[in-house]
Design a protein around this ligand. Structure first.
Ligand code: CP
Length: 304
């Protein structure tokens, strides 16, 4: 395949190959000379129809570390505002001799639609509430390195707004392919009915979920995606599901704390947890660059 549209389509061996390549690039970017010529003469367009800090900057840095030429498109300051369609926008960008498209879009399936109409490699940088494959790869790569290269039997709870999260679905697929057990925990209003059909445990009690897990990957409540009256409110959410130091100390066990960002401090995590020695949140961000370098490098070799 010449695209990365989702984790669902990948095999365990595809994921491990990305991890091996990512580990090599991680070594490279920790050297004084961080740049390699692997994507010289390849042009990548980062096409973002939704806001982003980590994903967009991390892709741009990954592309530059690989010596690609990079252009950045943000829908908010583009002719999309004058009514230009997604397909016209991307076809115009490709006419400028662009080879790869990294795209974030609010509509689930937007990169899949695009893949049927254009020749360039496409990387899904998040499509609505559907998938965020590069986030799941960097999350699982971070866990894989932390647990010395084996996630078999590890217990991972994804906490929070599962219904509106593309990170949750991609993480579930990736973790299951790597042999981890997955649980979701949150208010019943934010957990889709199909979770158990995916082989995922559902727990509504945060204490029981934390007692069960080795890793808690904590998500943001996505108020902007909730179509109806927000329930629970942020205050209710933080009271019943917020993770704080006192709660972790009560449990008297070691839990690895992760978060894809952006964090709503004081809502899903307090600062004394987010910034604690149990948190690998900034390692996730660091690993994002190496993981995205691996994905760009491997896909650039796939034109069929
Ligand atoms: N984790 C993540 O996708 O962050 P951004 O929205 O800032 O890219």
């Amino acid at each position: 395949v010449r695209h990365l549209l989702g984790i669902k389509e990948l095999t365990q061996s595809d994921i491990l190959h990305i991890f091996e390549t990512g580990a090599q690039f991680k070594e490279v970017i920790n050297r004084p000379i961080k740049k390699v010529p692997s994507l010289r003469d390849i042009t990548v367009a980062n096409v973002f129809f939704e806001n982003s800090t980590r994903t967009r900057l991390s892709f741009e840095l990954a592309e530059k570390r690989l010596s690609a030429d990079v252009i950045n498109f943000s829908a908010a300051s583009s002719s999309v505002k004058k009514g230009e369609t997604l397909l016209d926008t991307v076809r115009n960008i490709l006419s400028m001799k662009v080879d790869m498209i990294v795209m974030r879009h609010s509509c689930p399936g937007a990169p899949h639609f695009l893949s049927k109409h254009i020749q360039a490699n496409i990387i899904n940088a998040g499509d609505g509430t559907h998938e965020h494959p590069t986030q799941a790869l960097l999350d699982t790569f971070s866990m894989y390195q932390h647990f010395d290269g084996n996630l078999e039997g590890k217990k991972v709870v994804i906490v929070g707004d599962i219904s509106h999260s593309r990170v949750a679905l991609s993480n579930i697929f990736a973790l299951q392919k790597l042999g981890a057990e997955v649980m979701v925990c949150g208010p019943i209003t934010l957990i889709p009915k199909y979770m158990e059909a995916l082989g995922v445990k559902v727990e509504l009690d945060i204490r029981k979920a934390l007692q069960w897990c080795d890793v808690a990957n904590v998500l943001r409540i996505q108020m902007e995606r909730q179509k109806t009256k927000n329930f629970p409110s942020l205050r209710e959410y933080s009271t019943y599901y917020g993770i704080n130091k006192a709660l972790l100390e009560e449990l008297n066990k070691e839990i690895l704390i992760m978060h894809p960002g952006p964090i709503n401090r004081g809502v899903e995590l307090t600062s004394d947890v987010a910034d604690s020695e149990h948190s690998i949140i900034l390692d996730q961000v660091e690993n994002g660059v190496a993981t995205r370098m691996a994905i760009l490098f491997l896909l650039a070799q796939r034109q069929e």
